[in-house]
Write a protein that binds this ligand. Structure first.
Ligand SMILES: Nc1nc2c(ncn2[C@@H]2O[C@H](COP(=O)(O)OP(=O)(O)OP(=O)(O)O)[C@@H](O)[C@H]2O)c(=O)[nH]1
Length: 252
């Protein structure tokens, strides 16, 4: 891989700056990570948002990850942040909701409302989590003292949850991280050349001893000469990964 991929145009920095300007509005951050890529979905450029804040790391999509790996990453993040938890928003939703509220209550403010923001890369489950926490029919909060009205807040007990004010697109540090983010669906495939994703996908799968329908990237290219068909095959392989057609494993 000789070409260094970088994709973080100015307007993405602008969104990050908008989030940074909101920092004083919330007390607690739920930073959602994808448990299939627990390291790569932690975006360094979001760190400025976390500074001086209480942060709960939430490893989502645990239903797609081997249980043995989850504990390891939970412990890793517990050492570095206020707390960490792994959840699924697809399976055992009621249990997961209870687990989350127990954790939130452990870290809530003694007096007044605890204002919570959920952040994370695209497609990680932010809306699903917000919906689970507030339950669908919760009304938008209009008039609570100390709460900026221009933002969308939802109340549940002593918590106020902020509806994410924009899309934080991840800035990736290297091709491997970018590829993993594309594989889990956090980066659109027009942001990163699909051949790069596939080439690295073959490398990762080989290292993890996961069998693909072709022995290697070169094998695929030698068997499928037509460029259109090649492209379709690349997209199909990525789709198969996202639809869990392969054994569960952690990408990082
Ligand atoms: N398997 C699985 N899928 C999940 C889980 N949580 C969310 N999803 C799926 O992930 C996709 C994205 O979920 P959203 O809640 O829309 O994610 P988001 O972070 O709000 O997405 P953006 O609006 O793109 O930033 C949806 O198809 C969800 O059904 C989970 O725990 N397990």
């Amino acid at each position: 891989m000789n070409k260094q991929l970088q994709w973080f145009p100015g307007h993405m920095q602008k969104t990050l700056n908008e989030f940074l300007s909101l920092k004083k509005e919330f007390n607690l951050i739920i930073f959602l990570l994808d448990s299939r890529a627990p390291k790569s979905s932690f975006i360094e450029s979001f760190s400025q948002l976390l500074e001086d804040k209480k942060v709960i790391i939430c490893l989502n999509k645990s239903d797609l990850t081997p249980k043995s790996d989850l504990k390891k990453w939970e412990n890793f993040y517990k050492k570095n942040f206020l707390d960490a938890i792994s959840i699924s928003l697809k399976e055992n939703r009621i249990n997961n909701r209870r687990k989350l509220f127990n954790l939130l209550e452990k870290h809530q403010k003694v007096n007044g409302y605890t204002k919570v923001i959920i952040i994370g890369i695209p497609n990680i489950g932010k809306s699903s989590l917000l919906n689970l926490l507030i339950e669908k029919n919760s009304a938008r909060v209009q008039n609570i003292a100390g709460v900026t009205k221009k933002l969308n807040w939802y109340q549940k007990g002593k918590f106020l949850f902020l509806d994410t004010p924009g899309v934080l697109v991840p800035k990736f540090e290297n091709d491997l991280q970018g590829t993993k983010l594309a594989l889990i669906g956090a980066l659109k495939l027009n942001m990163i050349p699909v051949e790069t994703v596939i080439e690295l996908m073959f490398e990762i799968f080989k290292e993890k001893k996961i069998t693909l329908p072709f022995n290697s990237f070169l094998d695929l290219q030698s068997k499928i000469k037509d460029q259109n068909l090649q492209n379709k095959t690349y997209l199909k392989l990525i789709d198969d990964y996202q639809k869990q057609k392969f054994t569960k494993f952690i990408l990082d």
